[in-house]
Design a protein around this ligand. Structure first.
Ligand SMILES: C[C@@]1(CC(=O)O)C2=NC(=C\c3[nH]c(c(CCC(=O)O)c3CC(=O)O)Cc3[nH]c(c(CC(=O)O)c3CCC(=O)O)/C=C3\N/C(=C\2)[C@@H](CCC(=O)O)[C@]3(C)CC(=O)O)/[C@H]1CCC(=O)O
Ligand SMILES: NC(=O)c1ccc[n+]([C@@H]2O[C@H](COP(=O)([O-])OP(=O)(O)OC[C@H]3O[C@@H](n4cnc5c(N)ncnc54)[C@H](O)[C@@H]3O)[C@@H](O)[C@H]2O)c1
Length: 214
C-alpha cells in the first residue's frame, strides 16, 4: 500500500500510549522530543519511563487500560503485550477520531513510525511500509554515518540566507534557479570542511550576480 509521507507538529498535542514496556518507551521518547503532551496508561513502566514520570515529563495513569480512557487524543499508540487489549483500545481511539498505531497489528494501524536521523531541523526518515523494521534500522545507521551533525549546521546557515534572499531576489523563479545552482558540490565541500564563512560568502557573491544589487 502506498503511504503518504508527512512530518507532524506535535507541540502541545495530546498523545496517548497504552502499555509501558520497551516498545512504548521508544514511542514515548519520540513523542516527548516532538513536544507532545504524553499520557501513558500502564500498571508498570520501564525504569526510563518511570524517571520521565518522576520529573513530570509525562502523565502516568498507573493501571490497565479501561474503556473510556481514550477521548480527545490526537495520536494513540497501542503497545501492550496483549493483542486483544491493543485492538480494543485502538477501536475506541479511532472511533473518537485519533490516528492510531497498533504495535503488533500493522494492517489495522493508521500510520507507522519511521526510523529517523535528526540534526536540528534536518530530519531524514525511512519507512519500509511495515515490511522490515530491521531494514529501516540498518538504513538509519547508514544514513547516520553519512549525514552527520555538520548537515544540521549547513541547514542553519542555508535557512538564514534563504530568508535574506527572499528580499534580495525578486521572483520565486529567480530564487528557485539561484538555490538549485548555488547548493553545488563546491559549497557543500566548504560546509563539510566547517568553512562556514567561506560558504556564506560564496552564496552571497552568487546572489550579487543575479540579484537587484548586480
Ligand atoms: C522504525 C521503528 C521506529 C520506532 O519504533 O520508533 C519501528 N520499528 C523499529 C524497530 C524494530 N521493530 C521490530 C524490530 C525487530 C526486527 C524486525 O521484526 O524487523 C525492530 C528492529 C530492532 O529493534 O532491532 C519488531 C516489530 N516492529 C513492528 C512489529 C509488528 C509487526 O510487524 O507485526 C514488530 C514485531 C515483529 C514480530 O513479532 O516478529 C511494527 C512496526 N515497527 C515500526 C517502526 C513500524 C514500521 C516501520 C517500517 O516501515 O520499517 C511498525 C509497522 C509500526 C510502528 O511501530 O510504528 C524502529 C527502528 C528503530 C531504529 O531506528 O533503530
Ligand atoms: N511496533 C514495534 O516497533 C514493535 C517492536 C517489537 C515488538 N512489538 C510488539 O509490541 C508489543 C509490546 O512489546 P514490548 O516489548 O513493549 O512488551 P513488554 O512486555 O515490554 O511491555 C508490555 C507493557 O504493556 C503493559 N500492559 C499489559 N497489559 C496492559 C493493559 N491491559 N493496559 C495497559 N498496559 C498493559 C505491561 O504492564 C507492560 O508495561 C508486543 O506485542 C510485541 O510483539 C512491536
Amino acid at each position: 500500500m502506498e503511504l503518504y509521507p508527512i512530518n507532524l507538529k506535535l507541540t502541545g498535542r495530546r498523545c496517548g500510549v497504552i502499555g509501558g514496556g520497551t516498545v512504548a518507551e521508544r514511542k514515548v521518547m519520540g513523542l516527548l522530543t516532538a513536544g507532545a503532551e504524553t499520557s501513558v496508561f500502564s500498571p508498570v513502566l520501564t525504569p526510563r519511563l518511570s524517571g520521565l514520570q518522576e520529573t513530570g515529563r509525562l502523565a502516568w495513569i498507573p493501571r490497565t487500560y479501561q474503556a473510556g480512557d481514550l477521548h480527545n487524543f490526537f495520536l494513540v499508540f497501542c503497545a501492550t503485550n496483549d493483542p486483544e487489549i491493543n485492538r480494543q483500545a485502538a477501536a475506541e481511539a479511532q472511533a473518537a477520531g485519533a490516528l492510531v498505531t497498533i504495535a503488533d497489528a500493522p494492517d489495522l494501524s493508521d500510520f507507522y513510525v519511521p526510523a529517523h536521523v535528526a540534526h536540528g531541523d534536518l530530519l531524514l526518515t525511512i519507512s519500509t511500509g511495515g515490511g522490515s523494521p530491521a531494514l529501516s534500522r540498518r538504513l538509519r545507521e547508514e544514513l547516520a554515518a553519512t549525514y552527520g551533525p555538520e548537515y544540521g549546521h549547513y541547514l542553519t546557515l542555508l535557512a538564514k540566507l534563504r530568508t535574506e534572499m527572499k528580499d534580495r531576489l525578486a521572483t520565486a523563479k529567480d530564487r528557485e534557479k539561484f538555490w538549485r545552482e548555488t547548493i553545488d558540490q563546491e559549497t557543500l565541500d566548504l560546509l563539510k570542511q566547517g568553512k562556514f564563512s567561506e560558504a556564506e560568502e560564496r552564496i552571497r557573491n552568487a546572489a550579487c550576480c543575479i540579484g537587484p544589487e548586480s
